[in-house]
Design a binder for this molecule. Sequence first.
Ligand code: AMX
Length: 435
Amino acid sequence: MKTLKQRFAEKMLPMRDEVKGFLQEHGDTVIHEVTLQQAFGGMRGIKCMAWEPSLLDPLEGIRFRGYTIPELQQKLPKAPGGNEPLPEALFFLLMTGDIPTDEETAEITAEWKKRGELPDYVAQVLDSLPLDTHPMTQFSIGILCQQRDSVFAAQYREGIKKTDYWESTLEDVMTLLARLPAVAAKVYNRTYKNDRKIAPDPKLDWGANFAHMMGYNKEEFRELLRLYLVIHADHEGGNVSAHTTRLVGSALSDAYYSLSGGMNGLAGPLHGLANQEVLRWIMEVKEKLGGTPTKEDLVKFLWDTLNSGQVIPGYGHAVLRKTDPRYMAQREFALKHLPDDEIFKVVSMIFEVAPGILEKHGKAKNPWPNVDAHSGCLLVHYGMTEYDFYTVLFGCSRAMGVLTSLVWDRGLGAPIERPKSFTLQFAKENFIKKG
Ligand code: AMX
C-alpha cells in the first residue's frame, strides 16, 4: 500500500506542471471585475484565490473534493459498528481527492497515534496561563509554542529547495494534527476539570480518543465528535480562518505559525465563536422565557434581539443563501439520537420562526441557519456544557482543511500574498471618472 505522502505526491506533482501550463496559456484571462463596494466591503465574492480541498455553492453548500456531506457519510470509512465518517478518512480525501480504503484510513490513525502525545513543554506553557484565559487563546498558544518543533523551519534554515518545501510541511502538518486533540483536551481539563489527566487510549481512532481524553466515553458522543470533526473541516478558502492560515503561510511561516494565526481568526464572534454565542443566547431564551418558550414568546424575543441591534447568532452567512447542510447533518443526528431533548426543541423552534423574522427585518442576505446554530445543543446534551470551549472543537476540525491547503500551496509553489491596497483619496483620484 502506498503511503499518504506517496499518494499526495502522485496527485500534486502532475498538477504542479498542469498549473504552470494552464497559467502560461490562460494567465491573462480576466475572471472578475472588482467594485469599490467590494474593496471597501470585505472583498465579498471576489474570485481571486485558488483552493483545492473544498468548494462552496451559495445554494447547495459545501462539497469536499466534490462530495456533499451526505455522500461523505455514505462513502467514507467508519469506525467498527459506527455510522459516521472517520475524520482521518476525510483528511486523506482532502489531501488526495480520493476516498480512502479502510487500510489507508488506518494508516493515518496509526500515524497520528504515534505522533499524538502532548509534549511536556506544551503542558507547562498552558499551565502558566491564568485559568480564565479564553480556551481559544490557550489553544492558539498551545499550537504556537510548538513552533520550535517545526521540521520545515529547521530545513529552511539549512537551505532546502523550493520544490521540496511540501515534504517538511507535510511532516509538520501530521505532527500538528496528531497533537491537536491532546492540546485541546489539556485546555479543557485544566480549565474546567481541575486539570485531571486522562491518558490516550491506543485502541481508539482519532475522534474517539479525543472524546476519551476529554472524559467522554459514550459511543454516541464519539459518533457525534467524528461527525463534528468532519463537517467543520473546510469551507473553501475565503473564510477568515482559512484565508488567515494561507496568508500567514504564504510568507513561508511554518504550519505552527500559520494555524495559530488562523485559529485567532476563528475565535471571532462573527466566525467560529458564533457556536458559543448561540448556546449562550439559547440559554438566555430559556431563562428569560422560563423553560421551553411558546412560539409567540420566541418571536417577541427574536425581535427584541434584533431591535436591540444584536445579530441572531447562528443565522446568516457571507456566502451561503440556503440552510447550511452542516446544520442539516447535525439536525439529522439530533432527530435520530435526541429527538426529545429540551434544547433541541428550542433550536427547532428557532429554525421554524427565525428565517421569516430575518426576512421581514430585511437586512441579512441569508435568513437561514449556519453550522453554528446547532452544534452547541448536541454537545450540551452529552454533558459538555462549557460553551467557551466549543470553538476549540471547531478549530481541531478546521485545522484539517486549512493545513491540507498549506501542504498543497507548498507543493504548487504558491507565492507570498500581496494584494494592492489604496486610500480613499487614491480611489477618488484614480477610479472615479471626472466631469
Ligand atoms: N442577525 C441580524 N442581522 C444580521 C444577521 C443575523 N443573523 N446576519 C446578517 N445580518 C445583518 C448584518 O449585520 C448586516 O447589517 P448592517 O448592514 O447593519 O451591517 C446586514 O444584515 C447584511 O449582512 P450580510 O451581507 O447578510 O452578512 P455578512 O456577510 O456581512 O455577514 C455573518 C455574515 C455570518 C457575519 C452574519 O450573517 C452574522 O453576523 N451572523 C450571526 C453570527 C454568525 O452566525 N456567525 C457564524 C457564521 C458561520 C461561521 O463562520 N462559523
